[in-house]
Design a binder for this molecule. Sequence first.
Ligand code: SF4
Ligand code: SF4
Length: 408
Amino acid sequence: MFAQPAPDLAGTARGREAQALLRNCVHCGFCLPACPTYRITGNELDSPRGRIYLIKQVVEGAPATATTREHLDRCLTCRACERACPSGVEYGRLIDLGRELVEERVPRTPLQRMTRWAFVAALSRPRLFAALLRVGQAVRSRLPPPLQARIPLRPVAAGAVPIARHARHVALLEGCVQPGLAPGINHAAARVFDRIGISVERIAGEQCCGALGHHLGHTERALEQARRNVDACCAALDGGAEAIVSSASACGLMLKDYGRLLANDPAYAAGAKRVSEATRDISEIVTPSGLARAGLKPGGGPCVAWQAPCTLQHGQRLAGRAEALLQAAGFELVPTPESTLCCGSAGTYSILQPELAQELRRRKIAALTTSAPAVIATGNVGCLEHLRPVSPVPVRHWIELVAEALDR
Ligand code: SF4
Ligand code: SF4
């Protein structure tokens, strides 16, 4: 798709990037059936091809409207369309750029801006989020049922983190909401790592990865958080950590993107590239052979339905790894239809686009429970907390299931 950037963009880095990204799209429409929002609304403008066309118009100087912004807002940034595209269109980069341009041209109302700012502020500060969560848990029983469902009960004690005793060690990203919502996940990761001969250390000075702000158009704030994390992660790598690991696939994906996001920052480009190259999802560190050496063997365990987070399967392109580890730990995987479709969580999407998010969740739960599993496993706390309130069976992080299998 040829685009001629408008005079205010022509010759700029953004204009050149937009032109290069748009060029690969040949309008074929192969991406349409892969798109969750198009499958629900049936509107071309809620499809990847339609959104790409809207972005092209904005790049060329056509006036953007609130309707343009709404169609871009409805995109989950799940990147299922990238996997389906035969022309290699980097849709994830294109939608970020399109949103940035539309945000500048169609300002939101003060109330909308404040709401989005409040989400970023509350969700990206672990202590503030944990305090708000405790207040919510204290008054939970007095809230209306839809709000109650959003606030998880206080998590059970998560088990002790093993002391560092191995020569091999990794630096574990704690995340912002996960320590409050589900502290057992990182404890389970530390226990599994310990059993396969790897110690885990904290990352001193860790900040929010920036993904929330980045996808809500708070670009500068997100880049500042990325810079602080580059400093913190480089210090951990200098201290001998062999990798920066994350048990939340959304955060891991963001760190893997730091190299690109800070490529034009002379002070941080090299450090950001180093951090991106050293970042691993936990499913890249734990291996089936490592679990076998720790005493686990395939077969005989409960049936599990795997919910593949988009950030893991489409963003990080790590489909199949967690599934293989669950099988190596003895669990039986049941088939799940439409496994490439998003569950509707997508960061703050479930709050800002509740109708689409709830319909996607309803479809996802129906797909995951077709074979009557005993438990649903996933690899990202956002998906877990989105599905949990309406799931008829427990929803767990896969590393918790593996840790429990090792404990048995
Ligand atoms: S599949 Fe790729 S090339 Fe075809 S319309 Fe979609 S984004 Fe464009
Ligand atoms: S990122 Fe997901 S929701 Fe957005 S256009 Fe692509 S497939 Fe559709």
